[in-house]
Ligand binder design. Structure first.
Ligand SMILES: Nc1ncnc2c1ncn2[C@@H]1O[C@H](COP(=O)(O)OP(=O)(O)OP(=O)(O)O)[C@@H](O)[C@H]1O
Length: 661
């Protein structure tokens, strides 16, 4: 008995994604089975948990398992579980819509990789996106899913050939749980399509990819009937009366079901960790690093955590998926457990199994739980120390780590003051020292010149802009290294962190700089001070006049010691918001009052000297005011800033050039 069959269309994005999966050149097609078994295992976890929490749930939990059923004649493979199942709405929401955040970008990249016949890139992409259930279309030309949610009466059938449409039908007689039947494509060894009705093949795949699944994965195997004499191939004379004895059918459990995290580290192979990672993360690529840890004594837990080798597409989106699952004494409690790790480690995947928590913990109670807080602290320390040692032991892998997760880690500089020192030690930053390699702060400090007392940095939009910024001139002339900080988060943490291991951090676009004594702000060098005073006196009339003439744009005009070749630059006071940060605030829709900065002039530049003389000769000359405006505009352009009235700037410049010809 069943309801009406309805045909639905996939959304455009889902359709594109499907087409790419169907025609994928991903070679390891076997992984479809891992995906289905993982989903089935999650469904069993969820049912067990729900039945523990809700004693009124009408569900049979007596023999929770996963079953593989094959039919060589019909060329079908069915993966069946008696887990939580899905409601009609869940089927339409979860299975009918594949598109999730980042799909459009993923589709675009995958298309490009396929067009370029770049199999490695394609595999990497599919792997890191995780197409889950849809990987079935790599091996099947039709997929039928029948499901009924535990506690509900009505079931749902979903069927699709992986093209534009899918069918939905309500069923009255579906068993609890989910079965997914694959109508297999013809075998094609060249295309890595194997015979997935062959029990040996299935056994091999399950052992390789899903051995640790905590639920039995069963299949029925047929063995030729024998009377126990071991004559396995004696079929020529064994059926004298022409009747083959019926083959023996036995149920075999294909996996060992041992929870990986509970086993001793020494007994777990690298491959087992990798497979486990793929199971929990739905990532098809290997993890970058594994952390297996346990605590014993009054508060026991075991944890296997992984650092992926790719950042997920939604790493910087609000509400992106997290990856740590909480178990209590082997019972799955929740996925996406946000209380175990801080937000900046949201890319870490894994399992934490706590011995002494109640099975009834909820997301809300977890946050206040002292044991969880303790675990949180220890796990963070463990992950950070792992990354720290990765940095010293394996530069290549550390580089990948930082490239993928650096900006997220830097959020920790703000949100996790307890681990700030370690995070600063782990961090790397682009620097003028090397155009390609980033540097750690410790390495920076070891290269500091005699007399250099600060770690210098400049923040902004891009490396090129920063490298060409006038602020950097005198530092480069002196051979002082400058960190070039271009991640948006850099603008924020540098405001809060004033030093690294006793060495102060100093923006080269803020405050006064006196490079001769290696000091910033107040200089206490007597001789230098006198020279400075002489110059200041000499330039005072010009500076005073400029301060008024440019009063709309700047709050002060002064002489600079950070310039060697440029005539002028604009700097902020120590606590001023930088132009880049100002831009970010505005982009987020925040209204800010106009922030005026300080114009600094290079006293050694002919333009400044000329301006001084021209001002002394005739302070009323209108051309002088125009030149002042141009000097300010040039300083703004040189740091990559935007002119408030570019047309006016161009007109004034043209007029001044014409006057000079
Ligand atoms: N056997 C099943 N029983 C119950 N629900 C299932 C089953 N298979 C899939 N689902 C539901 O459908 C959702 C989508 O499955 P799918 O495999 O496409 O993605 P996923 O497992 O969430 O992860 P990913 O997209 O990262 O691979 C699952 O999250 C789950 O809620």
């Amino acid at each position: 008995m069943s309801g009406r069959v309805e045909t639905h269309e996939f959304q455009a994005e889902s359709r594109q994604l499907l087409r790419l999966v169907v025609h994928s050149i991903y070679s390891n097609k076997d992984v479809f089975l891992r995906e289905l078994i993982s989903n089935a295992s999650d469904a069993l976890d969820k049912l067990r948990l729900e039945s523990l929490r809700d004693s009124g749930l009408e569900a049979d939990t007596s023999d929770l398992h996963i079953e593989l059923e094959t039919d060589a004649g019909a060329r079908t493979l069915t993966v069946r579980d008696n887990g939580i199942g899905m409601s009609y709405d869940e089927v339409t929401g979860l299975i009918g819509t594949i598109a999730k955040s980042g799909t459009a970008e993923f589709v675009r990249k995958l298309k490009e990789a396929n067009e370029n016949k770049d199999a490695a890139a394609s595999a990497d992409l599919i792997g890191s996106f995780g197409v889950g259930f849809y990987s079935t279309f790599m091996v099947a030309d039709k997929v039928t899913l029948v499901t009924r949610r535990a506690g509900e009466r009505q079931g749902t059938r979903w069927e699709s050939a992986g093209e534009g449409t899918y069918e939905l039908e309500t069923l009255d007689d579906a068993p609890q749980g989910t079965s997914v039947t694959l109508h297999l494509k013809p075998e094609d060894a060249e295309d890595h399509l194997f015979d997935y009705t062959d029990t040996n093949r299935l056994r091999q795949i399950v052992r390789k990819h899903s051995d640790f699944i905590p639920w039995p994965v069963r299949t029925t195997v047929e063995r030729p009937a024998s009377d126990g004499d071991g004559g396995g191939d004696g079929d020529a004379d064994g059926d004298a009366d022409g009747e083959n004895p019926a083959p023996e059918r036995t149920v075999e459990t294909l996996n060992s079901m041992k929870a990986l995290w509970a086993r001793s580290q020494d007994d777990i192979s690298e491959d087992e960790y990798k497979e486990f990672y793929k199971h929990i993360s739905h990532d098809w690529t290997d993890p970058l690093e594994t952390v297996h840890t346990r605590a014993e004594g009054t508060f026991e837990y075991q944890a296997v955590l992984f650092i992926p080798s790719h950042a997920p597409l939604d790493l910087y989106q609000q509400g992106g998926r997290r990856g740590v699952n909480l178990y209590v004494r082997r019972v799955f409690i929740m996925d996406d457990c946000t209380s175990l790790l801080p937000d900046y480690l949201r890319f870490v995947k894994g399992v934490v199994d706590a011995q002494d928590l109640s099975l009834n913990v909820s997301r809300e109670t977890l946050q206040q739980d002292r044991q969880i807080q303790l675990m949180h602290r220890r796990l963070v320390k463990k992950i950070l120390s792992t990354v720290k040692s990765l940095r010293t032991k394996d530069a290549e892998r550390y580089r990948t780590f930082w490239q993928e997760f650096g900006p997220a880690m830097k959020e920790g500089l703000l949100s996790d003051p307890d681990n700030r020192e370690t995070l600063l030690d782990i961090a790397s930053f682009p620097s003028t020292h090397d155009p390609d390699e980033q540097t750690g702060l410790r390495d920076y400090v070891s290269r500091m010149k005699d007399g250099q007392e600060h770690i210098y940095f400049l923040t902004g939009e891009s490396r090129t802009r920063l490298e060409n910024s006038p602020h950097i001139e005198a530092f480069q002339a002196k051979g002082y290294e400058v960190l070039l900080l271009t991640d948006p988060v850099d603008e924020v943490w540098v405001e809060q962190i004033r030093e690294f291991d006793g060495t102060p951090l100093q923006s080269i676009a803020k405050g006064q700089v006196d490079l001769d004594s290696g000091k910033t702000e107040e200089s206490d060098d007597e001789a230098g001070r006198e020279e400075e005073q002489r110059r200041e006196k000499e330039f005072a009339p010009l500076l005073g006049w400029l301060g008024t003439a440019l009063g709309e744009d700047v709050k002060d005009v002064r002489l600079s010691s950070r310039l060697t070749t440029s005539p002028a630059c604009i700097v902020g006071d120590a606590h001023d918001v930088t132009p880049n940060l100002e831009k970010m605030y505005r982009a987020m829709g925040q209204e800010l009052p106009r922030i005026k900065r300080i114009l600094e002039l290079n006293p050694g530049h002919p333009l400044t000297a000329g301006l001084k003389d021209a001002h002394a000769a005739n302070p009323e000359d209108p051309a002088l005011a125009e030149t002042a405006e141009l000097v300010y505009g040039m300083a703004l352009l040189a740091e990559g800033g935007e002119l408030s009235d570019p047309a006016r700037f161009a007109r004034t410049l043209a007029a001044r050039l014409a006057a000079g010809l």
